[in-house]
Write a protein that binds this ligand. Structure first.
Ligand code: VGL
Ligand code: ZN
Length: 207
């Protein structure tokens, strides 16, 4: 059984959002195009409380883009983004959400960030997505979304670690690229972990 994971296709990651991913808007049509090829589709949502520790604004003197610490881990300081129940956290307009079987919130604990859709960054708590996929006999996960160098990468690496055959739909992803080369390095890291990288035109039709 195959599943499609749509990673953080939310307003705040679009070019007009609070944490803009360059050309992030271009992946929405890719998501809509491949969805009909999957029997099971799930989506993650970055879903932070206003007091989240990844927000520079919650650390006096810190600016977005700086490196600090959260929950004992190195933590990039981000602009306030994807605050639960705000417009910025909503799915991108134009995304066809009718066939989402499950929406997985992450990053809800103010004291820990969660890039992956499976676990927080400290691998201390699971979101339930792994159990959900196993309960549905999923063996293969395909994924696309935002951002390649953060949440997509973390979700793909965890999927591999959980034993799923993991496929990255590269033209359905865009990255933040805080430092030049971050996207290429993220893709290389995923490949090295056994993630198969493909184009949306190579995603097999539903069978
Ligand atoms: C993300 C930074 C902070 C992402 C989420 O979705 O890649 N990046 N929160
Ligand atoms: Zn976030």
């Amino acid at each position: 059984m195959k599943a499609l994971i749509l990673v953080d296709l939310q307003n705040d990651f679009l070019p007009t959002g609070a944490l803009p991913v360059p050309r992030g808007d271009e992946v929405i049509v890719v998501a809509n195009r491949v969805m009909p090829r999957f029997p099971l589709i799930v989506a993650t949502q970055d879903w932070h409380p206003a007091n989240h520790g990844s927000f520079a604004a919650n650390h006096p003197g810190r600016k977005p883009g700086e490196l600090a610490e959260l929950g004992g881990l190195p933590q990039v300081m981000w602009p306030v983004h994807c605050v639960a129940h705000t417009n910025g956290a909503e799915f991108a307009p134009g995304l066809d959400t009718r066939h989402l079987a499950e929406v997985v919130p992450k990053g809800t604990d103010p004291a820990m960030d969660s890039y992956s859709g499976f676990f927080d960054n400290g691998h201390r708590k699971a979101t339930g997505l792994g159990d959900y996929l196993r309960a549905h006999s999923v063996t293969d996960v395909y994924m696309l979304g935002l951002a390649t160098d953060y949440c997509v990468k973390a979700t793909a690496l965890d999927a591999r670690q959980l034993g799923f055959a993991t496929h990255l739909v590269l033209d359905g992803c865009r990255g933040v690229e805080l430092a030049p080369g971050d996207i290429d390095r993220a893709v290389a890291e995923m490949r090295a972990a056994g993630v198969r990288v493909l184009g949306s035109d190579e995603v097999p039709a539903a069978n």
